[in-house]
Ligand binder design. Structure first.
Ligand SMILES: [Zn+2]
Length: 115
């Protein structure tokens, strides 16, 4: 299934394709403060309509994940990184997808704070 998504003001817009089997609610410092509900897809499934250079980017800790957010409205629709095998992945915040009701999704708790 294809989903449309973006930030609040519309500067960041994208399509993403896949099945949302579950979302991850992580208790690490950034996920808990930003309220991310994460769905992981291969980077190739994310069709970003906004040049990456126009996104604001936050990194911390080991700088493995680029936490992108909108410089205008501050909403953070996704992060980009790689999995354990070096494959590029996108961590989508399902709260920023159109037509998705996060309360209807299977939510898995992840103890990122201790990881
Ligand atoms: Zn925005």
């Amino acid at each position: 299934m294809a989903y449309k998504g973006g930030c609040h003001c519309g500067k960041i817009a994208f399509d993403v394709d896949g099945e949302i089997d579950q979302v991850l609610q992580c208790n690490c410092s950034i996920c808990s403060k930003r309220g991310y509900l994460l769905w992981f897809v291969p980077r190739a499934k994310l069709d970003l309509h906004t040049p990456e250079s126009e996104l604001s980017t936050y990194t911390f800790n080991k700088h493995r994940i680029k936490h992108h957010f909108c410089p205008t409205c501050g909403v953070a629709p996704f992060g980009l990184g790689s999995d354990g095998k070096g494959e590029a992945i996108a961590a989508m915040n399902v709260r920023c997808l159109e037509g998705v009701d996060p309360t209807s999704l299977k939510t898995v708790q992840y103890d990122g704070r201790s990881a």
